[in-house]
Design a protein around this ligand. Structure first.
Ligand code: HEM
Ligand code: HEM
Length: 198
């Protein structure tokens, strides 16, 4: 498998996106593991799941706030949800490339990887919202919470997150293996210039 001709700028994610991603990665992974342990083994580190859960809600508010209200965020939002003809054409081109064994270029750009990141973020947001609703029901913040339905939603949502986690990390390693500068997602850059590739 090879990478496509167009590669992303070597360090093109804004620092804010990198920082939010790091928080998202650690809190979602923690919730995923503790939640699944609770489901499979019955034993549940409830205090930690709820504490990290509340931190995750704050991270998600920051993440969506950044995506909706900052300039760099709004550009990223178009990559995560390419719901326009030009964006969908990029996705189709990436899919076509995959059938020929060519990996889509990573980085902040419209295309298949961006759309998969968007679906991942949306899945984590929906499961976290269900968790908060459940917690509010337990604590009496609100009433009429469909507990059984929400618990089922969270359990199968956690499965969907695990599958995407494996796919996401797998693709990161595959890209890194082909020489793409993926690990820059975890490196701070100090230049004020932020490049966005189309
Ligand atoms: C994407 C993130 C999350 C995942 C993958 C996740 C996963 C899970 C899973 C699989 C369960 C079922 C455990 C069982 O069957 O015993 C669960 C339960 C629960 N989660 Fe989460 N969760 C997440 C986020 C949150 C958040 C943000 C909160 C609250 C702020 C939360 C609060 C709860 C509560 C209150 C329960 C019910 C525990 C019980 O039945 O005793 N979760 N979670
Ligand atoms: C656990 C939940 C995770 C979620 C919800 C998540 C979500 C995302 C999202 C939404 C993006 C796009 C960038 C952005 O909009 O901020 C992204 C990119 C990225 N993620 Fe994750 N991620 C997770 C875990 C991980 C893990 C464990 C790794 C470690 C290998 C990782 C490595 C990366 C890399 C290298 C990129 C940049 C990809 C590119 O340049 O195209 N992520 N992730």
């Amino acid at each position: 498998m090879s990478t496509a001709h167009v590669t992303a700028a070597p360090d093109s994610w804004p620092n804010s996106a990198k920082l939010l991603h790091l928080f998202l990665l650690s809190t979602v992974s923690f919730q995923m593991i503790t939640g699944i342990i609770g489901w499979i083994w019955g034993g549940f580190p409830f205090f930690w799941h709820v504490t990290v859960g509340e931190i995750l809600i704050a991270v998600l508010l920051l993440q969506w706030g950044w995506l909706l209200f900052s300039r760099a965020g709004r550009i990223t939002l178009c990559y995560l949800f390419p719901l326009n003809p030009a964006g969908l054409i990029f996705v189709a081109q990436d899919l076509l490339g995959l059938t020929r064994g060519v990996l889509a270029p990573p980085g902040p750009r419209a295309g298949l990887p961006g759309m998969m990141h968007g679906i991942f973020l949306l899945s984590a947001t929906l499961v976290a919202a269900a968790g908060l609703t459940l917690l509010g029901g337990f604590r009496g913040w609100w009433t009429g919470v469909p507990f059984v339905w929400l618990l089922d939603f969270m359990r199968w949502g956690a499965v969907a997150i695990i599958l995407q986690w494996v796919g996401h990390v797998g693709m990161v390693f595959l890209h890194a293996f082909t020489g793409d500068p993926l690990w820059n997602m975890f490196k701070w850059h100090f230049s004020s210039k932020i490049k966005h590739n189309d």
